[in-house]
Design a protein around this ligand. Structure first.
Ligand code: NA7
Length: 535
């Protein structure tokens, strides 16, 4: 680390969708900005998650920036659901097109940030041996919601003689599994997307499943040029319509505003069949009460279990692949051939809820039923979501307050954007905002623009410090809990609740409902940023 810190107006941590746009926006406002990124390239999530089959399960024409009309008109997506390499190319293109790279420092991890109250600045430390430390008036954490991989603590894991991988840290050069015996632990989105692709090349593929996932077919394919032209002709309208959707996407296949229990079984099944045929996450918008009424939810869950039975040949395997929890409570998956993969002779399903994993041995995975010998072991075991990436940075605010202590019982934020005790520090898609329950790009653009406006306002009124008020923050936490409490979300052990991380407090972290949230943020701004103290 060199002695003289580099001094900037704004330091952004992370160069994914959020960090890139924050840099572009802040620069446009005349702020001297630097982005510090741990990876060796831009792209965030889409830089790290290179596992076979990785793709976004929000449609590409919707999962993209809207802030620049020329960009959205010129960029050509090839498929309905963009694969990881294409999204990464898109973000690299954005970095080049807006000349962002000159203010991005790659391969450098921010390790600590401390607020110097007398100077009114953040003092920032990184892991770079020879780079500068930083000194910034403001900081934006664009660190992502699913960026801190989770590998379960299984005895013997370090003794495995073969190759160990995590889907969220897949090697950039790829991994050839041809002729190999591959094991995959985990059946969330990453497992569901990678299993069909790995199965094609592997000699044998064993899936270690603890909780079966609800998964809906993507029906992915090349985009129809006429459809794309129509979308592009009305892009601003589509973007606006999506901002009015609870999940900030899917306006082209809007939610059905009726109860699942208000129609007879035949009509209900017809609605589900139509959504199943259309594919993707809008399945959950088949009726308006699927995420609030257990009886309504059960009708959708039952429909999907019926699909499992119809796709999977072996009734015993189908039964093990049939989820029992509330549908949508854990993040629903979108798949390409996942269930049918279990009809292949080289694919085996081990239910580790029935026969738990005891250990990883040099040869493979040992469950209570015996050892499966493997050459490659893939952990598709997810992330320390929403708070993990923030928690790994030693953030110390006013009066030596440590974020890790403040959040010991769960994250407390105001609007998912700021924390009391941590002046001039902002989070993009932080806990307490809709974030992971939405199209992330819409949420990110909203946050970046809102933070940009707040910084501009502070400059206008000559304020150098912006801090969330304690009362406003605690009121917000209560509000988020109350909204989540109306839904069925808190009823299962999901990463939304922190339940996948041993010892993590169980608090429902995201706020359901994008439009009401955006309205709330607009109201706060219109009222002179109420709930913040600007000095
Ligand atoms: P997820 O959705 O958190 O899935 C992780 C999977 O790993 C899930 O099936 C877990 O089972 C399983 N898991 C975790 N620990 C273990 C152990 N110890 N033993 C067996 N199985 C385990 O992560 P993904 O990466 O798939 O997806 C993350 C998000 O990325 C996704 O929701 C999209 O938004 C994109 P469990 O359900 O906990 O029983």
């Amino acid at each position: 680390m060199t002695d003289t810190p580099r001094s900037v107006d704004l330091l952004v941590v992370g160069a994914g969708f959020a960090g890139l746009y924050m840099l572009h926006r802040a620069r446009g406002q005349g702020l001297d900005t630097v982005v510090v990124e741990a990876a060796e390239g831009v792209g965030g999530t889409w830089w790290w998650n290179r596992y076979p089959g990785a793709r976004c399960d929000v449609e590409s024409v919707e999962y993209s920036y809207s802030f620049d009309e020329d960009l959205q008109q010129e960029w050509e997506w090839s498929e309905r659901y963009a694969p990881q390499p294409e999204i990464l190319r898109y973000l690299e293109h954005v970095a080049d097109r807006f000349d962002l790279r000159r203010d991005i420092v790659l391969g450098t991890r921010v390790t600590a940030a401390g607020w110097d109250d007398a100077a009114g600045r953040w003092r920032i430390t990184t892991d770079a041996a020879d780079g500068p430390a930083y000194d910034a008036r403001c900081m934006v954490m664009a660190t992502g919601c699913l960026s801190m991989p989770m590998t379960p603590d299984i005895p013997g894991a370090e003794d495995f003689a073969g190759t160990t991988l995590h889907t969220g840290r897949w090697p950039a050069e790829g991994v050839d599994v041809t002729g190999q015996r591959v094991g995959v632990i985990g059946t969330g989105s990453s497992g569901v997307q990678s299993v069909p692709v790995l199965a094609r090349d592997a000699a044998e593929l064993t899936v270690f499943q603890r909780t079966p996932a609800y998964t809906v077919p993507a029906h992915n394919g090349p985009l129809d040029p006429d459809e794309v032209a129509a979308i592009k002709a009305g892009y601003p309208e589509l973007r606006e319509a999506n901002r009015q959707m609870g999940t900030a996407f899917g306006a082209r296949f809007p939610p059905n505003d009726g109860s699942a229990l208000a129609v007879d079984e035949e009509e209900r099944t017809e609605v589900y069949e139509r959504r199943w045929a259309a594919g993707g996450l809008p399945f959950l918008a088949a009726f308006n009460d699927l995420l609030v009424d257990p009886a309504a939810n059960e009708t959708a869950a039952d429909f999907v279990r019926g699909k499992v039975r119809s796709i999977v040949d072996d009734p015993e395997v189908a039964e093990r692949l049939s989820p029992r929890q509330v549908i949508g409570c854990k993040r629903m998956c979108v798949d390409t051939g996942y269930l049918a993969t279990f009809n292949r002779a080289n694919v085996h399903l081990v239910d580790v809820a029935e026969t738990p994993i005891e250990a990883v041995t040099p040869e493979g995975v040992r469950t209570t039923e015996g050892t499966t010998e493997l050459d490659v072991l893939v952990f598709a075991t997810g992330f320390d979501a929403m708070t993990g990436a923030l928690a790994r940075i030693a953030i110390t605010g006013r009066d030596g307050r440590r974020l890790a202590d403040e959040w010991e019982a769960g994250p407390h934020t105001y609007l998912g954007l700021a924390m009391e005790g941590f002046p001039n520090l902002f989070t993009v898609t932080g806990p307490g905002s809709p974030s992971v329950l939405t199209n992330m790009v819409v949420s990110i653009e909203h946050h970046v623009e809102w933070i940009g406006d707040l910084l501009a306002h502070a400059e206008e009124v000559g304020a150098e410090r912006i801090e969330a008020d304690h009362g406003a923050q605690e009121g917000w936490v209560e509000y988020v809990n109350a909204v989540a409490g109306i839904t069925l979300f808190p009823t299962c052990s999901s990463w939304y609740l922190g339940a996948n991380v041993p010892g993590k407090p169980r608090v429902f972290m995201p706020l359901p409902g994008f439009p009401a949230y955006a309205e709330h943020c607009a109201h706060v701004a219109a009222n002179g940023y109420e709930g913040f103290t600007l000095t």
